[in-house]
Design a protein around this ligand. Structure first.
Ligand SMILES: NC(=O)c1ccc[n+]([C@@H]2O[C@H](COP(=O)([O-])OP(=O)(O)OC[C@H]3O[C@@H](n4cnc5c(N)ncnc54)[C@H](O)[C@@H]3O)[C@@H](O)[C@H]2O)c1
Ligand SMILES: [Zn+2]
Length: 341
């Protein structure tokens, strides 16, 4: 087990990579604990939860709403939860986002921690303190920044995860390597077979390095004013593709990274060889790298992107594998570049 400590401005978070659900009791109070999970995770792992009341939510983005939050508040009141109540979210990014939001707002804030059960939530959702719910179809519209006390990343839980969800987690790991860590990128190339087979040692290293990269970037920029934007590599195109094509987030981000790397080549920042290496790595991890292009729909979605500042859009581009920059690109220039992509 490896521990990564994140010092937030207001609190501290311990990320426990390779710790197990079985040891959860060692990290939570002896009483006044409430567990929040979803139906899938409860069916698979409920037998291993410590003996506390459990609030169970449904699955999917449509459940990540204020209505679900309101339901949970009601159940907490019915249980006579208090300021001293400690909440534990056991599940993927959706359970963690909702649990963090509830814990940050119920009685103006109670203690909370996570057991992260998807690769995506281990490497992304549980680091950085963002939480929240969707509102009227807009993703993550309402929420707070607040770090969980701890996050247990239990590799054994990943064995039951559908493979499409596993691959989406790899997309975010590849993103972290591409923007910040050439050594991790080499490791991903060399160990793709073990990684895809969910070899515990290899996954532990990937989660550890990925969390470290995200934690470093976030600690330098906790409230997303500047450098944290680097974590959006592949996401500007990715969100547009996700919306127009209805692909899972990680697959859309994979395509977004290919496009952002091509744009980097087009701008003379990145070599063609380095861009090809990124495409090849995504292919090794069975992620999509080509789409049939509905250019106008994607450009429209890009123009509506919330990271747009007036007549330009902010993109994260690469100067090399492991080195990224944030660049403003005008809509005109983007239109022209899209012709060539
Ligand atoms: N807060 C952040 O910084 C941040 C970052 C990235 C993503 N997110 C959010 O995370 C969410 C996506 O997270 P996700 O991909 O983990 O999705 P998810 O929570 O929906 O989990 C995916 C599916 O896997 C099931 N599942 C979870 N653990 C399992 C296990 N061990 N075995 C079998 N099935 C399991 C779930 O029930 C669900 O059906 C999105 O809502 C996204 O906005 C948040
Ligand atoms: Zn993402």
């Amino acid at each position: 087990m490896k521990e990564i400590d994140i010092e937030g401005r207001e609190s501290r978070s311990r990320i426990l990579v390779g710790e197990t659900l079985a040891n959860l009791s060692g990290y939570i109070p002896a009483k006044n604990v409430v567990i929040i999970t979803d139906e899938n995770v409860k069916a698979l792992y409920g037998h291993a939860f410590p003996p506390f009341p459990v609030i169970t939510i449904g699955m999917g983005e449509k459940i990540k709403t204020l209505e679900t939050a309101s339901d949970i508040f009601q159940q907490l009141l019915d249980m006579e939860a208090q300021r001293s109540t400690f909440l534990v979210g056991i599940g993927g990014g959706i359970v963690c986002d909702i649990t963090g939001f509830i814990a940050s707002t119920f009685l103006r804030g109670v203690g909370f921690g996570f057991v992260s059960s998807t690769l995506l939530s281990q490497v992304d959702a549980s680091v950085g303190g963002k939480n929240g719910v969707n509102f009227k179809g807009y993703k993550n519209m309402v929420g707070t920044f607040n770090l969980p006390g701890f996050v247990i990343c239990d590799m054994q839980l990943l064995k039951t995860l559908p493979s499409r969800d596993v691959l989406c987690g790899f997309a975010e790991i590849i993103k972290h390597a591409a923007i910040e860590d050439a050594v991790l990128f080499d490791y991903l190339e060399a160990h793709h077979e073990e990684a895809l087979a969910l070899d515990s040692g290899v996954i532990e290293r990937l989660v550890h390095d990925s969390v470290t990269i995200k934690a470093d970037v976030v600690s330098r920029d906790e409230k997303e004013k500047g450098e944290r934007k680097k974590l959006n590599f592949g996401h500007t195109f990715g969100h547009a593709i996700e919306k127009t094509k209805g692909l899972p987030h990680g697959e859309a981000v994979s395509l977004g990274m290919v496009l952002a790397a091509s744009l980097s080549v087009k701008k003379g920042l990145l070599s063609k060889d380095a861009a090809d290496r990124i495409t090849r790595l995504l292919e090794l991890y069975r992620l999509p790298t080509r789409i049939t292009w509905e250019r106008s729909a994607i450009v429209d979605a890009l123009k509506r992107d919330k990271k747009r500042k007036e007549e330009s859009i902010q993109f994260v581009l690469l100067e090399d594998v492991g080195r990224s920059v944030i660049v403003d690109i005008s809509i005109d220039e983007l239109d022209r570049a899209m012709d060539a992509l």
